[in-house]
Ligand binder design. Structure first.
Ligand SMILES: Cc1cc2nc3c(=O)[nH]c(=O)nc-3n(C[C@H](O)[C@H](O)[C@H](O)COP(=O)(O)O)c2cc1C
Length: 163
């Protein structure tokens, strides 16, 4: 049984919806276990034991969110050289940009020698005022579908061993 690990952090719920959509897409693949873990709960052993990854995060202050960075900080060296060549994808929930968070995650994944299966999906919630930033996010069906399809494609590739 192969495992897809989805690690995410979310403050106002947007990224959590993206991560759950990817998990739902991957979940229909027979022969694959999907683990959806909050960044705070993910440990190096979880990374090492998985066969592929989705990293999902908000962009905060032109950077990946602090708790997602904390996950990478805690797990990076423990998993280094033990995950080479495995596939991954990145999901970013952002107010208006998201490119820096995606770039940072891709750079870390490159350090782990992971292989991207698709360009990062960046979903903009258009939150720019303090009120909108603080509000619970609602992600539209089209964006959720993109995440679901990416999860399904990643899952199929892992099970078929094409990555
Ligand atoms: C402190 C803070 C800083 C932020 N900085 C950015 C930013 O630099 N670029 C951007 O596109 N969005 C920024 N945002 C907006 C968030 O990315 C947006 O609200 C997103 O939906 C958060 O995802 P979440 O709902 O999963 O927490 C910021 C939000 C907060 C709270």
């Amino acid at each position: 049984m192969k495992t897809l690990l989805i690690v995410y952090h979310s403050m106002t719920g947007g990224t959590a919806q993206l991560a759950r959509a990817a998990a739902a897409g991957a979940g229909s693949e027979a022969g694959l276990r999907v683990r959806l873990l909050r960044a705070l709960d993910a440990q190096p052993a979880d990374v090492i034991e998985a066969d592929g990854y989705v990293f999902a995060m908000p962009e905060n202050l032109a950077s990946m969110s602090g708790l997602m960075k904390d996950f990478f900080d805690r797990c990076y060296y423990g998993a280094l050289e033990r995950v080479n060549g495995r596939p991954y994808a990145v999901l970013v929930c952002a107010g208006s940009d998201g490119s820096n968070a995606a770039r940072q995650a891709e750079r870390i994944a490159t350090g782990w020698r992971l292989r991207p299966v698709a360009p990062a999906i960046i979903v903009c919630t258009h939150a720019q005022t303090p009120e909108d930033i603080a509000r619970a996010k609602h992600i539209g069906v089209d964006d959720l579908k993109r995440c679901e399809e990416l999860g399904a494609a990643l899952a199929a590739g892992i099970v078929l061993g094409i990555y």
